[in-house]
Write a protein that binds this ligand. Structure first.
Ligand code: URA
Ligand code: SF4
Length: 195
């Protein structure tokens, strides 16, 4: 899939009925994105869960509801961000996507990034961070460490599902979301960003 001269229509057409990996077999919907396609901050999760697969929208289950709440804690709203996943079809039993599934689906994510052109990308959890930030990432050690990657600032943080299991991660998570918002604000104010 060529990224140059790529537009939303082409992306949606390519995704329609996609069978590029085995995850196509168990899916009910292809879960592409939610939020503002012109967002300045983009969030990337792992893959749809059961409710996302049923509704065709990312982050609408329990983790998504917590995410929405914590976004607001950090001064952001769901409407102003763009959110999507590494794989667009639900892995069975919510297992991690296999590398070949992620690789098959990554061209769509690259196209989404190229079309949205966010200023800041937040990786929600290890899987997203592995493909977008650092293939060797250890989230507990590296979360919140901003890196400049090409045109984007990228921040890895916990997956909201991890916060459902371990509430003590909440403050770090909100801190990282605040970092994303502050970097966006600095870029918009023409201020220097030191990473
Ligand atoms: N977890 C994810 O990584 N993505 C979703 O869309 C929902 C839950
Ligand atoms: Fe296609 Fe991605 Fe779904 Fe695999 S996960 S079938 S590559 S849309």
């Amino acid at each position: 899939m060529a990224l140059l001269r790529f537009d939303w229509d082409t992306l949606y057409r390519e995704l329609d009925g996609c069978t590029k990996c085995g995850l196509c077999k168990g899916r009910h919907s292809i879960v592409i994105s939610d939020g503002d396609p012109h967002a300045e901050i983009m969030f990337i999760g792992e893959g749809p869960g059961r409710e996302e697969d049923e509704q065709g929208v990312p982050f609408v289950g329990a983790a998504g509801r917590l995410f929405n709440y914590l976004l607001e804690e950090a001064g952001l709203t769901r409407e102003e961000i763009y959110i999507c996943n590494i794989v667009k079809c639900r892995p069975p039993q919510n297992r991690d996507p296999f590398p070949e599934e992620a690789e098959a689906c990554l061209p769509y994510l690259r196209a989404q990034i190229a079309l949205v052109r966010p200023k800041v990308i937040v990786c929600l959890g290890r899987i997203a961070a592995r493909y977008v930030y650092d293939s060797e990432i250890q989230i507990s050690r590296q979360r919140g460490q901003v890196r400049k990657k090409g045109a984007f600032y990228v921040i890895p943080t916990y997956h909201p599902a991890a916060i459902l299991r371990k509430q003590e991660l909440t403050n770090d998570f909100v801190w990282d979301l605040n970092t994303a918002r502050r970097i966006r604000d600095k870029i918009n104010n023409g201020e220097e960003i030191l990473v």
